[in-house]
Design a protein around this ligand. Structure first.
Ligand SMILES: CCCCCCCCCCCCCC(=O)CC(=O)SCCNC(=O)CCNC(=O)[C@H](O)C(C)(C)COP(=O)(O)OP(=O)(O)OC[C@H]1O[C@@H](n2cnc3c(N)ncnc32)[C@H](O)[C@@H]1OP(=O)(O)O
Ligand SMILES: NC(=O)C1=CN([C@@H]2O[C@H](COP(=O)(O)OP(=O)(O)OC[C@H]3O[C@@H](n4cnc5c(N)ncnc54)[C@H](O)[C@@H]3O)[C@@H](O)[C@H]2O)C=CC1
Length: 418
């Protein structure tokens, strides 16, 4: 993410100091940023334009002391709370007292990160999307103490970078990734029940997604989700001994993605993930016979009887899971309205724009249908609480599924934490 963020800043002619943890990573990052900027320059030249960005606006360093005078920091280290806190402690001591301190976490608590600084009003989440130099979304996450000036500055940064900034509240995984959780959960259960990654990706790509869930996670890096699950003690050495492989605290859980990570399969970056790639860093996903075999062995080990599936079932399970969480986000007042969720999905996750975003799409399917499918699935699978229809969905379905523009009044009555 760091390289994409640096490239976006350089493209907007904002001077950047890019900091890494060691010389090897710094060189690696420098090469990547140089490559991306050169590529962009070539594209502009082909269009008859003169590129005005240059690598000269980027300084590469290993030394935190060089950050003493910056106005704005965007931290993008590994998804690990202790590490983020260590970095923010350092930033708070090195940077000038009025520097804005932003974190690109995928879903860690902004308030906890801010708590280690003595100016939490200047701390905010700036959540970019992978590839960060390409995807237009910037989720701006306000913490409990974040000041209005800090929010306005982060929103303005989004605009300066040519991105679409959406303000959201601070909850685990924020908005985009919070909806992604149940979507990926269903995609993983479908694998357990007999599908291959390419079956599920094809169904969602035929629906219009730029990438199905497995190609997307291979692009983002499977290790990001793995670290995020470790932070929640869903995997790793904090899982209590004797916990069944496919359960966490009585709730169904799929350890498949964790198992791939334990084998070093992180996706595109390692050349292997849910697919295989021509080389580490390769982009062309090829179905991997190893994955097919791995999944079959897993089903045999856990004596999972394959369930029949087809594109319609795949779409309903994955999309309605995502939409249901969207209604929960609205109940919690974490997004200011269903349109914001749609903007997030259209600009951050390659959602098919012609379908108008997940919440608008739900209104076109009919909320009664979405409710019925979820309700039936949840009654058959009570160990999957994410599929329990949200209160707000139930309420709107019960009044005949009004058009999306009328939901806000219902939402407004519930909560708005922004
Ligand atoms: C139960 C609890 C569970 C807890 C955990 C649950 C959740 C965990 C969350 C984990 C994930 C966290 C990640 C995160 O925080 C949020 C994310 O970022 S998710 C990823 C979001 N991104 C997407 O969904 C991308 C979808 N794909 C697309 O939009 C397009 O396919 C893409 C733009 C990538 C490519 O476009 P396409 O038209 O297909 O191809 P082009 O060849 O035209 O390329 C356009 C442009 O993009 C560049 N590009 C293409 N592929 C890549 C790549 N692999 N890496 C980098 N860049 C790529 C390409 O070079 C082009 O750039 P130009 O400069 O325009 O030439
Ligand atoms: N991969 C994705 O799609 C997205 C990731 N994020 C978030 O961005 C952050 C980074 O994720 P990725 O870029 O995927 O991870 P990554 O593993 O590719 O990069 C992390 C970088 O942090 C550097 N680093 C680690 N410790 C450091 C330290 N002490 N000082 C300086 N640099 C240090 C590493 O050398 C590495 O280059 C995480 O918080 C992740 O959740 C957010 C949006 C999307």
């Amino acid at each position: 993410m760091g390289r994409g963020i640096v490239t976006s800043l350089a493209r907007a002619n904002i001077p950047v100091i890019a900091l890494e943890q060691d010389a090897k990573q710094l060189e690696f990052g420098k090469k990547a940023v140089t490559g991306l900027l050169e590529r962009e320059a070539e594209k502009l030249i082909k269009q008859g334009l003169t590129p005005d960005t240059s690598l000269a606006s980027v300084r590469f360093t290993l030394d935190f002391a060089e950050l003493y005078d910056v106005d704005f920091v965007i931290e993008a280290v590994f998804e690990n709370m202790e590490l983020k806190k260590e970095i923010f402690r350092k930033l708070a001591s090195v940077c000038k007292p009025d520097a804005f301190l932003c974190t690109n976490t995928s879903g860690l608590d902004i308030d906890e990160i801010a708590s280690v600084t003595n100016h939490p009003h200047l701390v905010i989440g700036t959540h970019f999307f992978s590839p960060a130099n390409i995807m237009r979304l910037l989720e701006v996450v306000r913490g409990h103490n974040t000041s209005l000036i800090t929010i306005a500055t982060a929103m303005n940064l989004g605009k300066t970078l040519g991105k679409v900034a959406v303000l959201v509240g601070n909850c685990p995984l924020f908005v985009g990734n919070r909806l992604l959780g149940p979507y990926l959960e269903q995609a993983n259960y479908l694998l357990e029940e007999g599908c291959n990654p390419e079956d599920i990706d094809k169904a969602l790509e035929d629906f219009g997604f730029a990438m199905g869930p497995f190609r997307m996670m291979d692009l983002a890096g499977l290790d990001v989700g793995w670290r995020s699950r470790m932070e929640k003690d869903l995997t790793g050495n904090k899982v209590p001994e004797g916990t069944p492989a496919r359960q966490r605290q009585g709730i169904r859980y799929s350890p498949l993605a964790d198992m791939l990570c334990e084998m070093g399969r992180f996706g595109q970056k390692t050349g292997k993930g849910w697919y295989q790639y021509e080389k580490p860093g390769g982009r062309f996903a090829h179905p991997d016979p190893w994955v097919k075999d791995f999944l079959q062995k897993y089903r045999d080990t856990h004596q999972i009887k394959p369930r029949p599936s087809n594109p319609e079932i795949i779409l309903e399970r994955c999309l309605y899971a995502l939409i249901n969480e969207g209604f929960r986000v609205l109940e919690d007042g974490i997004a200011s309205g269903p349109e914001d969720i749609d903007v997030i999905y259209n600009n951050g996750y390659g959602w098919p724009k012609h379908r108008g975003g997940p919440m608008f799409y739900a209104s076109t399917v009919g909320l009664e249908k979405v409710f019925d499918v979820l309700d039936r699935y949840h009654k058959e699978n009570p160990d999957v609480p994410s599929m329990n229809p949200a209160f707000l969905l139930k309420k709107l379905a019960a009044v005949g599924g009004p058009p999306i523009k009328e939901w806000r009044t219902q939402v407004g009555k519930i909560a708005n934490k922004l």
